[in-house]
Design a protein around this ligand. Structure first.
Ligand SMILES: [Zn+2]
Length: 285
């Protein structure tokens, strides 16, 4: 084990227990000094099929909960599931003949299930958002309604929403929508952020330039790889050892305060998780 003497959280990584490496990817993360993971379910169509009802969402979430439990056992810290509905599902449903309003209802029902897994079960947070590609007005409107439903649910159960959206930096309008649905903007986390995102809390993709930008802002941030655990697309995204490697680099550069911000303070403030107390004493020394 490669010890870094600090908790190391990858805030957004997928594990695919059906087609991918699953826990083996977690072992690679831990071997390089990684300690904590937020594990996102893969889109339902990758794991099961394009979800059209609640039972398919449940099947997809249960697979993710199981592989996250297995990850939890091999980590010196903890792994938590983050469950939700991929915004691109709307396009698949519309292509299959559903109206945007029907697709919205299906996706909102999926989010209801995700919120139930937070309220009564093992999940830490919900994932939602809107397409990162061009869509027509009806699909855009339906997608925004899905996202606002996620904010409403998260406000009720008291959890974070991880957002998948289009690229850009100014997401203050989305943060305002969250607040109008009863969710504080500090509990909205923009996944795949660059270092300068405004509005939600940024979960910064672990490229050196983006991390440097985030460090410079002095604001709360998280780090992630968006590892997709897909054997057909090796190298399509950053690998599971990237966040520990960037932490090592930050420490070498003297950015101890930023490491603490991203891996201890921001996780505590945003999710209410204690990455230090959940680290095994044996692996901390
Ligand atoms: Zn992802």
């Amino acid at each position: 084990m490669d010890e870094l003497d600090t908790p190391v959280l990858d805030n957004h990584l997928h594990l695919d227990p059906v087609n991918g490496r699953g826990v083996e990817a977690v072992e690679e993360f831990a071997d390089h000094g990684g300690t904590h993971l937020n594990v996102l379910n893969k889109p339902s169509w990758n794991l099961v099929e394009a979800a059209t009802d609640e039972s398919i969402f449940r099947e997809c979430f249960d697979l993710t909960v199981d592989v996250t439990e297995a990850a939890d056992e091999v980590l010196p810290g903890r792994a938590w599931p983050v469950l939700g509905v991929h915004p691109a599902l709307i396009s698949q449903l519309v292509d299959d003949g559903y109206t945007p309003a029907e697709a919205r209802d299906i996706m909102q029902a999926g989010l209801d299930v995700a919120a139930e897994y937070v309220a009564d079960g093992p999940a830490l947070a919900i994932k939602s958002g809107r397409p990162h590609y061009e869509v027509d007005d009806a699909v855009w409107e339906a997608s925004n309604a899905v996202m606002r439903h996620a904010f409403d649910l998260a406000g009720e159960v008291g959890c974070v929403v991880q957002l998948h959206t289009e690229g850009g930096e100014d997401f203050t309008e989305i943060a305002e929508w969250a607040e109008s649905e009863g969710l504080p903007r500090e509990q909205v986390v923009k996944h795949y952020s660059n270092g300068r995102v405004r509005g939600p809390v940024k979960s910064v993709i672990a490229n050196t330039e983006d991390i440097e930008d985030a460090v410079e802002t002095g604001e709360p941030f998280l780090m992630e790889t968006d590892y997709i655990d897909d054997p057909d697309r090796p190298g399509a995204v950053l690998g599971p050892k990237t966040v520990p490697r960037r932490v090592r680099w930050l420490l070498e550069e003297g950015h101890d305060e930023a490491v603490r911000r991203a891996h201890v303070e921001t996780p505590a403030r945003v999710y209410g998780i204690d990455t230090e107390a959940t680290l095994d004493a044996s692996s901390n020394n």
